[in-house]
Design a protein around this ligand. Sequence first.
Ligand SMILES: CC(C)(COP(=O)(O)OP(=O)(O)OC[C@H]1O[C@@H](n2cnc3c(N)ncnc32)[C@H](O)[C@@H]1OP(=O)(O)O)[C@@H](O)C(=O)NCCC(=O)NCCS
Length: 183
Amino acid sequence: VSDEIVTRRLLLRRWTENDRPGFAAINADSEVMRYFPATLSAAESDAFVDRIEEGFDRDGFGLWAVELDGRLAGYTGLSQQKGLLTTGDCVEVGWRLARWAWGQGIATEAALAALRCGFEDQGLTEIFSWTTETNAPSEAVMLRIGLLRRPELDFDHPRLVDWWGRRHIVYSLRSEEWAVTHA
Ligand SMILES: CC(C)(COP(=O)(O)OP(=O)(O)OC[C@H]1O[C@@H](n2cnc3c(N)ncnc32)[C@H](O)[C@@H]1OP(=O)(O)O)[C@@H](O)C(=O)NCCC(=O)NCCS
């Protein structure tokens, strides 16, 4: 079980009740949610926290709350994903940060710790990541952490039928590739 990870600058941890208002503010920011179909209401944001915490209980990992100097910066972590890739169910690494936390390498630092946890503690054999085609900041994180482009897995999101960002590009890293580049 990986409830907590400490990196050079960050604490990745499970969610507390105190995180809910700050996370709701992040999810209500239209700039943060620019590459998603909509912002989230406070109720939707709270339900998201509940689902994340259920995932931690079930899987032993999840989308960690990222804390910088005692302040909630957003999330980065691993989540189980079903029904999106032609290769089957998988684990995705993902990130969402408050605007004040951009431009400091926080997503990169947290995502590298998440990959290490996934491969070395959780024994995952492959970790994926995807984003809508035009989300260059997110794709840049994928490239910085060493994920490899898997164009054959690109997909149209089944739940986002009439949305401009439906097409998604896919990256991944296999455990043997991680071992070569990050050991
Ligand atoms: C995706 C997202 C997390 C990327 O944030 P980011 O700040 O660009 O990424 P990082 O935290 O890795 O920081 C990298 C930036 O910090 C700079 N930086 C400063 N110190 C750094 C360090 N120690 N290490 C790496 N980068 C550093 C980099 O140069 C880069 O800036 P640049 O883009 O101007 O070149 C952010 O844009 C976001 O939250 N977006 C909204 C949610 C979203 O779309 N999520 C993804 C959905 S798939």
